[in-house]
Structure formats: C-alpha cells, structure tokens
Design a protein around this ligand. Structure first.
Ligand SMILES: [Zn+2]
Length: 115
C-alpha cells in the first residue's frame, strides 16, 4: 500500500468488500462440499485417524463463515457510510477516526478509544 496517509478511497473499500465477499462464498462452498462428502461417506469417519472429525471441521468452518459474513456486513455498512458522508466518524463519540486506524482496519466503526 502507498505510503501516503489518509483514509482509504472508495475504490479501496470496494475492492476490500469484494475480497471479503469472495472469502465468505469460498467458505460457504467448502461447507457445502463437506456436507456432500459426509453424505457419501461411511458413518464411522469420526474415527478416521487420517483427518479431523467431521464435527470439528464443521464447527471450524461454520465459525469462519459466520465471521466472514459479519465482516461482509460491516464492510457493506462502511460503504453505505462512505456514500452518505459519515465514513470515518466514530459511531460512539462521533469524533473523527484517525486515518491511520482506518488504514489498518478500513471498516472500523469506532475509534480505538471507543472500541
Ligand atoms: Zn470514538
């Protein structure tokens, strides 16, 4: 990323949102594949020494998917705030979020002291 400081541009936010959406879709597809593999497999794969038990894989991926979806929602909300001009304003104290904090986490909704 360029060294010049400043809040992210709309194009950067949009690219990041697309990246998050792609990640959520990939996790969703992985879960679907896991279900398909499960339905074709014998019931005793919980005892398969070669791999993680299905339940562990399932809970890992559903956790990742939930957090990926939450990231997408947060990113969409940030895009919305960008459109209405409130992007970069802390939701709690209504002060400006320092651009250095936005560079690290472009979709942050609160300044460091409020979050
Ligand atoms: Zn604040």
């Amino acid at each position: 990323m360029a060294m010049n400081s400043g809040p992210p541009s709309r194009a950067q936010l949009s690219a990041e949102l697309e990246r998050l959406r792609a990640r959520a879709e990939r996790l969703d597809a992985e879960l679907a594949a896991l279900v398909r593999a499960r339905s074709g497999a014998p019931d005793d794969d919980e005892h398969d020494p070669e791999g993680e038990p299905f339940s562990a894989q399932w809970s890992l991926r559903t956790g990742l998917l939930e957090s990926a979806r939450a990231d997408v929602l947060q990113a969409e909300a940030a895009m919305q705030r960008f459109e209405d001009g409130s992007y970069g304003t802390c939701l709690t104290c209504h002060g400006p979020i320092p651009s250095g904090q936005l560079e690290v986490r472009p979709f942050r909704e609160r300044c460091v002291s409020c979050s």
